[in-house]
Ligand binder design. Structure first.
Ligand SMILES: Nc1ncnc2c1ncn2[C@@H]1O[C@H](COP(=O)(O)OP(=O)(O)O)[C@@H](O)[C@H]1O
Ligand SMILES: [Mg+2]
Length: 605
């Protein structure tokens, strides 16, 4: 995975400089663009001059000559063609550079988001992230394809046109230059206002997208609870302000641009008047007046475009700031600076799978501890059960072992190594977690079992699926292992998804296997199949099983009973029964209501 090329916060330059940093690898392309732009602009400036020469030297004379006029016409045409080509290439080159840059930003952004710890995703809404990755990056590309291009092109145009005017008649030229401060004042008045309006639109938009993203992923719940009308109402509530903001933005945009247009037309009128007087008094020739009127129009275009692109700059900056906020969010679970090296697979294999929780406490919110003073020692190869009511903290305990979160105090060690000193990549190869909700990706069944490990062959996949008992249902599909699955796994039952998850784990072959209510979705028959396969898998590794059905834990070497974040009882099934305490009471309950554990979520899944 490429490391994001972003420095820590205090070392970071202004977003603008940072953006330019992304452009640095393309500096030659940009230099090429500048050359093309100059060529293009020269052709544009020369054209009115050619007409001026034609008028003054060959038309408004006593004996107009045809041959030079044809030559001038040909030169004019040539200028048009050269200008066209230069314009075409400059646009193409800059678009390609812009897209490559934004591709890099998108990759940096996505790979950074992937590295963030789970609590980031719990505290930030996905819609915002989707906006970041999708539309913010597009807006950033406009910085290059529109703003930067405009600065170069329009800057050069203004300089050349100004130069041509001063060359033709410096007095009229200076008079025309008077219009520049006027334009600056007008945009200084409009600019802050436009900026604010733009910001409002964007934040309303991302709220709307966020809402839609959340609803699409929660559609099932919406439909089950018949909340369609209510959600639609909520959408309407978000949609209206967004619409208003857009209309408002449009209104101000038009107002601003028409004000500039008006100024442009006034300038032309003024030039016609002042220049006309000059012609009348024979101070200048009529061709010069023609050239001036052309130039002052040419002059307005780039200034107008520059101020318009000021908006683009603003929006790119806002987008980039937002993106760089994400980019600079430190992954709270940083890899250690000097990790315990487990690079060679030999080292990984040397790990035996001993787990120690040493007085571990943890709270999602530091004020409110979910786990308190948990101490557990699991010898390599043991089969450990964790039981407890819903909300007792069982899943939290597992999240800590897989280091989705860091402990608030205490330590978790694997073979005596504090997991915070391991590289996360290594840790996740050591600890395999199967949860109740299995994530299915778009792809074939084989892809879903192999999970990004492209070197895993078909034979291994089938072997793993046979162990878990998934093979028999997979063969019933017409396309077998090539059956296409969709992210929500709608063509698989919850139990079948679970069996695939087990097959994944077998291929991953972790030293420590954790099952979090993994069999809760299975019917009794399937569970028996899985149980058999699991016993096979569990034999070579340390296995921690969280189960609501206590029967699953009957053969565990030791069972820890968790209540309100504390270990209240521990021992084998027999020992715990003899205690006649929590465990005994739980077992009684589950015997009375077989299969009706509070965490059975078959209805939803
Ligand atoms: N991501 C989270 N953020 C905040 N609180 C959480 C989060 N996950 C779980 N909790 C809280 O932690 C407690 C233990 O939850 P959990 O570990 O999922 O229990 P169990 O798996 O035993 O049912 C519950 O009170 C739950 O509300
Ligand atoms: Mg749980």
């Amino acid at each position: 995975m490429p490391k994001p090329r972003i420095a820590p916060q205090h070392l970071r330059p202004h977003p603008f400089r940072q953006l330019l940093g992304y452009a640095r690898p393309f500096s030659r392309l940009f230099a090429g663009v500048i050359v093309l732009v100059i060529i293009y602009n020269l052709t544009q400036v020369i054209q009115p001059y050619l007409v001026k020469v034609a008028i003054d030297r060959y038309l408004l004379v006593n004996t107009p000559a045809l041959a030079p006029l044809i030559q001038i016409g040909a030169a004019y045409l040539a200028m048009t063609l050269v200008g066209l080509l230069a314009n075409l290439y400059q646009t193409r080159v800059i678009a390609s550079a812009g897209q490559q840059i934004v591709r890099q930003i998108r990759i940096d952004l996505f790979s950074h988001i992937e590295s963030l710890s789970m609590d980031y995703f719990e505290t930030h809404d996905t819609g915002r992230l989707i906006t970041n990755v999708a539309s913010d990056t597009t807006r950033i590309s406009q910085f290059f394809t529109q703003f930067l291009l405009s600065v170069i092109r329009d800057g050069v145009t203004i300089i050349l046109v100004m130069g041509a005017m001063l060359f033709l008649n410096w007095k009229l030229g200076l008079l025309s230059a008077l219009v520049i401060p006027l334009i600056v004042v007008i945009s200084a008045i409009f600019r802050p206002r436009l900026h604010k309006i733009y910001d409002i639109t964007r934040s309303r938009q991302s709220r709307l997208i966020g809402f839609i993203a959340e609803n699409l992923s929660g559609m099932r719940i919406t439909q089950i609870f018949h909340q369609e009308a209510k959600q639609l109402e909520a959408l309407t509530q978000l949609n209206l302000p967004y619409q208003m903001a857009n209309v408002n933005e449009f209104r101000w945009d038009v107002f601003f641009n028409r004000t500039l247009d008006l100024l442009g037309n006034l300038a032309v009128a003024f030039m016609a008047w002042a220049g006309g007087l000059a012609v009348f008094h024979h101070a200048i020739k009529i061709g010069v007046l023609y050239a001036f009127i052309s130039y002052i129009q040419q002059f307005f275009e780039p200034i107008n475009s520059l101020t318009q692109n000021w908006n683009t700059l603003q929006s790119s900056m806002i987008s980039f700031e937002r993106v760089s906020q994400v980019l600079t969010t430190p992954s709270t679970l940083e890899d250690p600076v000097a990790p315990v090296p487990l690079e060679q697979s030999g080292d990984i294999h040397r790990i035996r799978g001993q787990i120690d929780f040493d007085r571990v406490s943890f709270g999602y919110d530091p004020e409110h501890l979910i786990l308190q003073n948990i101490t557990m020692h699991v010898a390599p190869g043991q089969f450990i059960g964790i039981a407890g009511e819903t909300g007792a903290g069982k899943s939290t305990l597992i999240s800590l072992l897989a280091r989705f979160y860091d402990v608030s105090s205490g330590a978790i060690r694997i073979d005596g190594i504090d997991i915070r000193t391991l590289r996360q990549e290594d840790l996740h190869r050591l600890v395999g977690v199967v949860q109740q909700d299995v994530t299915i990706y778009s792809g074939t069944i084989a892809d879903n079992v192999r999970l990004f490990h492209n070197d895993v062959g078909r034979q291994q996949i089938v072997w793993a699926c046979k162990i878990t008992g998934a093979d028999s249902f997979i063969r019933q599909f017409r396309e077998g292992y090539d059956t296409w699955l969709t992210p929500h796994g709608s063509n698989l039952s919850a139990g079948q998804r679970q069996l695939l998850a087990f097959a994944r784990i077998i291929l991953l072959n972790p030293k420590i296997l954790v099952l979090d209510e993994a069999t809760a979705n299975l019917d009794a028959l399937t569970e028996a199949t899985v149980q058999k396969g699991l016993m096979e898998v569990a034999r070579e590794r340390t296995t921690v099983v969280i189960a609501h059905r206590l029967s699953t834990l009957r053969h565990a070497d030791r069972i820890y009973l968790l209540d309100h974040g504390r270990i209240v009882e521990q021992g084998t099934h027999q020992e715990l029964l003899a205690l006649n305490g929590f465990y005994y009471a739980m077992l009684q309950k589950s015997v009375i209501m077989p299969g009706a554990g509070p965490e059975r979520r078959d209805a939803v899944n």
